[in-house]
Design a protein around this ligand. Structure first.
Ligand code: HQG
Length: 175
């Protein structure tokens, strides 16, 4: 598949597996899985197309289960799912990329999940720059993650390496 086709199919899969399964007549199980056969039918694509997206997706957004018969998004849902993530100790600092327009509110109330289940954080500044750049000129916040964990906040890491937490209070943010 051409790059553009891969991106287009990946976006349709994100919509189906993270945000609006009902629109395609799909129902996610409580852990976010759908039978691959159902997804293929709903999207009108072949298993080979799907495999290509799962394999080549730039962020490894989707994963098959051990049997290869079910698929889910590894993170980023807006519909309720329980991914069964277990808390893990974070590195000393994590990064979040945002834009200047959000700063005043972030400084007042901290980082909130907004439409997602968790606040998304990254282990590297470079990744945070790319995330922030989706919205404009990126502004990078440094999160004192180890201190948060020591003070009772839980962190998770998704199957594709995104760090997740429920809320980052303003006291743990540095610029
Ligand atoms: C901001 C993409 C005002 C936050 C990316 C962000 C990532 C606040 C926006 C993943 C706020 C939410 C997640 C507050 C947070 N007041 N604004 N209190 N707290 N914000 O897209 O982190 O392509 O839900 O800074 O690469 O940008 O979907 O989160 O600007 O990994 O796989 O509210 O989405 O991955 O935006 O991105 P998002 P995000 P995928």
């Amino acid at each position: 598949m051409e790059e553009q086709q891969l991106i287009r199919l990946s976006k349709r899969m994100s919509k189906a597996l993270r945000h609006d399964p009902a629109r395609l007549g799909l129902t996610l199980d409580p852990a976010g899985w759908v039978p691959v056969a159902d997804l293929l039918r709903a999207l009108g694509v072949t298993r080979a197309d799907l495999d290509e997206v799962v394999e080549n997706n730039n962020k490894k957004r989707f994963a098959f289960d051990a049997s290869g018969s079910r698929i889910r998004a590894s993170q980023g849902h807006s519909v309720p799912v329980d991914l069964g993530l277990v808390p893990v100790p974070p590195p000393v600092v994590l990064y979040h990329g945002t834009v200047a327009a959000a700063l005043e509110s972030i400084k007042a109330e901290g980082l909130r999940p907004m439409n997602r289940h968790h606040v998304h954080l990254s282990a590297t500044r470079d990744t945070a720059v790319a995330v922030g750049a989706r919205r404009g000129k990126p502004v990078i916040l440094v999160i004192q993650a180890a201190r948060m964990a020591a003070e009772g906040h839980e962190f998770y890491i998704s199957a594709n390496g995104v760090w997740l937490t429920d809320h980052v209070p303003p006291g743990y943010l540095t610029g």
